[in-house]
Each structure stands twice: as structure tokens, then as C-alpha cells.
Design a protein around this ligand. Structure first.
Ligand code: BEZ
Ligand code: FE
Length: 293
């Protein structure tokens, strides 16, 4: 083996990391060595800086447990989570695009009847979401499940509301035989990503926004179709152009139409208070129609 010099070290390390029987692991590890070496050659860290980097990663790892995932948040703010999502969801044009799931989804939300209010005791302005779940050819996707989660009108998810007994701001609706759905909730508001960890420490040393624009999360699933995890964003909302986790895609920005008190809601009732009306069709892609992976 040749002795190492600054010039030869990368090639020597690459050669050693090529000796891996699993072809995918070999591909991943040689790319990692190549790019990390290139990164270090570019920034030429001092040893104190490298120790700071290791300390940052160590403290990030120590913050992770089954409730908090600071590494995922780090990946989110670097734009890497959305890149992985994009690579894995190359839908045909016309299908509703995906976004990151984020950390606040809680499985097994309560089933909701069509039109039921999933925010019955929550603060915020009433908001009705109506539309259809359909396929790319326009066919209704009867029975599709729409699993929703979102902040309440104070900007808090269930996990952030102390003393909540039972599900909060989440529910699973089902598309009707014609593919239609009707959801009653309250309008979400913009909120900050968790800033009390190492990611917040880093963000506070930048001029970047740590806010996410107002959105509702949806996971839409039906047999025979690709599952969709996405958000609907309020058009014109603050931070729509600089979402801290890069989740905004143009087709997911929708008008939250403000309706005055006395207007008829899609449920048929006359509302005493102003409310929002959101109309959106989710377009799913049949499994056989997907672009080759
Ligand atoms: C969210 O939308 O819930 C979220 C996504 C990524 C990081 C933090 C929050
Ligand atoms: Fe969210």
C-alpha cells in the first residue's frame, strides 16, 4: 500500500472502501468517501472546527429519541428530506405532488364521518375542505382514506398541547362513492419548527426563516393507487415563499376563501361566524401507471 499524503489519501481511502461485497453498500460508501473528502478539501477545516462539527453531530444524536428526531429536522432544513421525497415520488404530471411527512403525524387517527368536525373543541376559525379524490383519468376513487393532521388555531399540534386527553386535530375521512369528501376543521396557522435543539442553534446563526407557512397535512390512500403524503398550503400565507423545510410546491397552494358570517357552509348549515372554504381535488396515480423507478 502506498503511504498517504494529502494528495493520495482520498484515492487510498476510496480503494479500501471499494472492498464491499454488497454492491449497493459499496456504491453508497464510495460516494460518501468521495464527497466527504471533497467537502473537507474545499472548506479546509481547522482541527478546532472539525471538533465543533463532531460535537454538533454528537449533541444532535443525543437529542434523538422516540419522540424527538433532531437528525430528521437537520435533514429537513438542509432540503435533503424533500430531495429524498422527490426522488422517490416521480409522479406523472397531473398527479398531486408529495411533500415530507414531518414529525407530527400520529398513526391510527380516529375515523370521521363525511362532514364531521375533527376540531370540535379547538381554537381557530372554522374551515371546510371539499373536493374529490380521483385518478389521473378522472375516475372517482371511492373509499380512499384521507388521514389529516394539522395545527390548531394557536399553531399547536397534539404533541405540543399539554394535558390533551385523546386525539387532537387529526382524523381519517373516507371518500364517498363519487370520490367526494367533506372535512370540517379549523384553519391552521404558520408555526416555527422546533428551535430548542442543535438545529435551532444553527438556524439562529443564519438569516433564514425558521417558520413553516400555514398548511394541513394529508395522507391519501386507496387500494391499487400509490399512497400520497402531502400538504395543502394557504395561498398568500406568510412564509409561503421561504418554508424552512422546502415543502411548498406550486400545485399545493390553494385559496382559503373567506366566507362572511351568515353564509351557507358546504354541510348545508348557515354559519354564524365567518369561515374558510378550501376546494381541492387530490389526484392519485394508479400503481401500474407509475414512472419506472
Ligand atoms: C411539519 O410540517 O409538521 C414539519 C415538517 C418538518 C419539520 C418540522 C415540522
Ligand atoms: Fe406541519
Amino acid at each position: 500500500m502506498p503511504y498517504v499524503t494529502e494528495r493520495t489519501l482520498t484515492d487510498i481511502a476510496l480503494e479500501r472502501w471499494s472492498d464491499i461485497p454488497d454492491p449497493r453498500l459499496k456504491e453508497v460508501m464510495t460516494a460518501l468517501v468521495k464527497h466527504v473528502h471533497a467537502f473537507v478539501r474545499e472548506i479546509e477545516p481547522t482541527q478546532a472546527e472539525w471538533a465543533t462539527a463532531i460535537d454538533f453531530l454528537t449533541r444532535t444524536g443525543k437529542m434523538c429519541d422516540e419522540k424527538r428526531q433532531e437528525f430528521v429536522l437537520f435533514s429537513d432544513v438542509l432540503g435533503v428530506s424533500m430531495l429524498v421525497d422527490a426522488i422517490n415520488h416521480r409522479q406523472s404530471s397531473g398527479a398531486t405532488p408529495s411533500t415530507v411527512e414531518g414529525p407530527f403525524h400520529v398513526p391510527n387517527a380516529p375515523p370521521m364521518a363525511n362532514g364531521a368536525n375533527m376540531a370540535a373543541n379547538a381554537p381557530g376559525i372554522a374551515c371546510f375542505c371539499v373536493g374529490k379524490v380521483r385518478g389521473l383519468a378522472g375516475e372517482p376513487v371511492a373509499g380512499a382514506t384521507l388521514d389529516l393532521w394539522q395545527t390548531d388555531g394557536d399553531g399547536l399540534y397534539e404533541a405540543q398541547r399539554p394535558g390533551i386527553d385523546g386525539p387532537w386535530m387529526r382524523g381519517i375521512y373516507r371518500a364517498q362513492p363519487d370520490g367526494s369528501y367533506l372535512i370540517r376543521t379549523v384553519a391552521p396557522i404558520a408555526y416555527t419548527i422546533p428551535m430548542d435543539g442543535t438545529v435551532g442553534e444553527l438556524m439562529n446563526r443564519t438569516n433564514m426563516s425558521h417558520m413553516r407557512p400555514a398548511h394541513i397535512h394529508f395522507a391519501v390512500n386507496a387500494p391499487g393507487y400509490h399512497g400520497l403524503v402531502t400538504h395543502l398550503f394557504q395561498a398568500g400565507g406568510e412564509w409561503i415563499n421561504d418554508d424552512a423545510v422546502y415543502g411548498v410546491k406550486e400545485p399545493l397552494i390553494v385559496e382559503f376563501k373567506k366566507m362572511p358570517a351568515g353564509s351557507k357552509a358546504p354541510s348545508g348549515e348557515i354559519m354564524n361566524e365567518p369561515f374558510y372554504l378550501v376546494s381541492y381535488d387530490f389526484v392519485l396515480e394508479r400503481k401500474a401507471q407509475a414512472a419506472a423507478a
